[in-house]
Design a protein around this ligand. Sequence first.
Ligand code: SF4
Ligand code: SF4
Length: 445
Amino acid sequence: MAYTFHGGIHVEEYKNTRRCRIEVMPQPKEVRIPLRQHIGVPAIPVVQPGERVTMGQKIGEIPDGRLGCAVHASVSGVVKSLETDPLAVGNVGFVVIENDGLDTPCEEMQPFQGKLADATTEQIVDVVREAGITGMGGATFPTHVKISSALGKVDTIIINCAECEPFITANHRLMLENPASIINGCKILLKALGVHKAWLAVEDNKMDAIERLEELTADSSMIEVKVMKTKYPQGDERQLIYALTGREIPTGKLPADVGCVIFNAETCASIFKAFAYGMPSIKRIVTVDGDCVRRPKNLLVPIGTRVSDVIECCGGLTRTPKKLISGGPMMGNALWDPNLPVMKGTSAILVFSDRFDKPKNAAVSCIRCGKCVQNCPMHLMPMYLAQFAQRDDWERAAAYGVMSCVECGSCSYNCPGGVEIVQHIRTAKAVIRSEAARKAALAKK
Ligand code: SF4
Ligand code: SF4
C-alpha cells in the first residue's frame, strides 16, 4: 500500500510533459545571473565588467561565516555589467554575461580527488559548498548548511521525488533519463551524514520511474524506493516525513529535530555532478507549460537565462497570457516580468491565459462547510485563520496556529465560498513575523 498523510487534496495533474525528454536549451545570447538565489546573504561579486569568464567559474562568493551560496558563470563569455534589479526578495545584484557560445569550461572544475569511501564529511561539505548548491525544489536553502546541521542528528535521509505540484515533470524526467545521478548523489549523502538508511519517495503516478529506481537499487541494503500515494501536498517535507515515519515535526522545528533530512531529487543529482565532475550549480531542468505555450517542454537551462528566451525556445505563446508563474500553480510565485532570469530554484515556468482562472463566486463568504478543515494537512482550522486575518486579529490567528501553515493552498483550492484563505493567512504570517522582528530589534537597543 502507498504511504500517505492526513488531509490534502486530489488536484488535476496536467502532467502534459511527462513524455517530453529533457532537451538542452540552445545557447542564450546573454545571461543575467542573480547574486542571491538562495536563503541567506547575497554573494559578493568577484568579477568586474569587461572581464572574460569561463563556464563554471565562480563569479560571486559568500563572506566567511555567513549563510548563503556561491554563484558561478553558467556560460563562457565577457562580463557586460554588474547591475541591481528587483526580485521577489528585494533589490538584488546581477552579473550580466555576454555569451560567446563556446562553453569554455573553467579549469578549476575538477572531480573529487580520491574515492567516495575515503572521503570525509568535511571534504564532501566543501565540495557542495564550492559548487553553490541550493535546494532545487524551490526552498533554496544552502545544501552544505543543511548537511552540516543534520550531522549527528538524523537516522534517515529522504530524497524527495514526489513532484506533487500539477504540470511539473522535471524530476520525473530526471528519474527516467538519469536515475543513476540521483542514486549516486544519495550515496554521497549517506557517506557525508554517516547514516545507513535513505529512501527515495516517489508518488504512484510515476510507476515507470519507480520501476527504474527499483531496478537500480535492488542490490543496495541502504537505499530503498518508497511508493507514495498521489496526493497534494505529498512533497511538503512535513507530510513526507509523517507519511513515511509517523513522526510529526513540532511548529518551529526542522526535519532534523525528528531524525530526518530531506533533499530534492535534482539537488541530489547536482551533488553527484559536483563530486564526480567538479560541476557547480549552473544549469537546471525546467518544465515549461501552460495553455499559452506553443510546445511545452522539459529544458536544461543555463542559470540566468531570461524567462522570455525559454518561452521562445518552446515556440513562443499561442494566446494572450494572463499569468506567468515560476514553479507550480499551487505554491509557485507570480512573475511580473518575462525578462526575469531562471534561477537555481526555478523548477517550472508556466504561462496561463484567463481560461485557467478560477470561476469567481458571486459572493465571497464562508458557508461553514468544513471542507478546508478536512483538507488541511496541518490539522488547522483555515476558515477561522482567514476570518481572524480579515479582522486584523493577529493574536487569535497566532493562537490558532497560523504560523504552522505551510501555505500549500489545499484549503483555498475547492472552497465553495470562494474565500482566498491562503492569501489571508499569508498576510497574517507576514504581519506576525514583522511584529516579532520589530520587538526583537527594540529589545536589542
Ligand atoms: S471551505 Fe470555504 S466555505 Fe467551507 S468552511 Fe472553509 S472557508 Fe468556509
Ligand atoms: S491552512 Fe495552510 S497548511 Fe492548511 S490547507 Fe491551508 S494553506 Fe495548507
